[in-house]
Write a protein that binds this ligand. Structure first.
Ligand code: PLP
Length: 303
């Protein structure tokens, strides 16, 4: 057995002894057989959008806001929805079931379909292509989370429609790799005016000296995170003060606390920004309160 086959056997058997199953344009297939056409416009032009939905205890967390955002991304890209919401919900549940997914994520991708390569849209009869995959994920434990992660800051070199969740992710790929090579967990992207827009795949937050939560207001400069909206709702419910506004790298570096959010990062404490330690170098009390409240919500006990 080659190292590669040995690895793929191990990957297939992780957890349940089953292989992973993907939904590809109407059929459910084992991953090794799941593929799209060479002229899929996602492959050739990154002409598509995606969503990542957290699965906690076999339940989709914030499914409707994710599907709402997916519809919005499709509208902005002028791609037809591949199917109505009710059958799509059934497909998601079937992918969960076939993968026996308890904790993890569902990845949904829609592209403008398969057509002879040409930049303008293909003719209206070309159906969009839909792929859904599942991945296992360990939920974070509080003790590890308390240590926090470091982030680096790098220029935001992305385009001017970061509100659309497109699959064109090269600046994020390069940024995340740069973070990894620097021993950090994320890169925060900095606009020309010195303000932080967001992370490569997360929204950025700080807590001011006065104890107010701050995260950038939604605009075409950032993705309106579903976790961001959920954490704001939790803050509102708990009477925490918050401000939706841009903040600079300097303000973040002298903040009392910092953290980031996303469907698969949850609420993650940030304890270093470049070479500056935040607070006492451990997760702060606001962040941990939000971490607990968000995990309660994800587990189905909360809002
Ligand atoms: N910002 C960017 C650029 C992202 O890619 C993501 C998630 O992938 C987020 C923010 C967080 O969004 P959500 O909370 O919906 O996962």
């Amino acid at each position: 057995m080659t190292a590669r086959t040995r690895r793929s056997v191990v990957e297939q058997s992780k957890g349940t002894g089953m292989s992973r199953i993907a939904y590809v344009n109407g059929t459910y297939r084992p991953h090794r057989e799941a593929s799209v056409h060479v002229e899929d416009r996602g492959y050739q032009f990154a002409d598509g959008i995606y969503e990542v939905v957290l699965v906690c205890g076999g339940r989709l967390v914030d499914e409707e806001p994710h599907l709402d955002r997916m519809d919005r991304s499709l509208r902005e890209m002028r791609i037809e929805p591949p199917m109505a919401r009710a059958p799509l919900r059934l497909v998601l549940r079937e992918v969960l079931r076939r993968n026996r997914l308890h904790d993890g994520l569902l990845y949904l991708q829609v592209t403008r379909g398969v057509a002879r390569r040409d930049h303008p849209f293909p003719d209206a009869a070309t159906p969009p292509a839909l792929v859904v995959t599942a991945k296992r994920l360990a939920l974070p434990d509080r003790e590890t989370s308390e240590k926090g992660i470091g982030v680096i800051t790098i220029p935001d070199i992305r385009w001017e429609r970061c509100d659309i969740k497109t699959i064109a992710l090269v600046p994020s790929v390069l940024g995340k790799q740069q973070a990894r090579e620097a021993g950090a967990g994320e890169a925060w992207l900095v606009a020309d005016d010195g303000t932080v827009t967001e992370g490569t795949s997360t929204n950025a937050w700080i807590v001011t000296g006065e104890g107010a939560l701050v995260t950038r207001d939604t605009s075409q400069a950032i993705l309106a995170g579903v976790t961001r909206a959920r954490v704001l709702a939790i803050a509102r419910m708990n009477g925490l003060e918050f401000e939706e506004r841009p903040f600079t790298v300097e303000e973040a570096q002298s903040a009392r606390e910092a953290f980031l959010t996303s469907a698969t990062s949850f609420v993650k404490p940030v304890t270093r920004i470049d070479d500056r330690v935040i607070g006492n170098g451990r997760a702060g009390s606001f962040t941990l309160q939000l971490f607990d409240a968000y995990m309660d919500h994800a587990r189905g006990a909360g809002t």
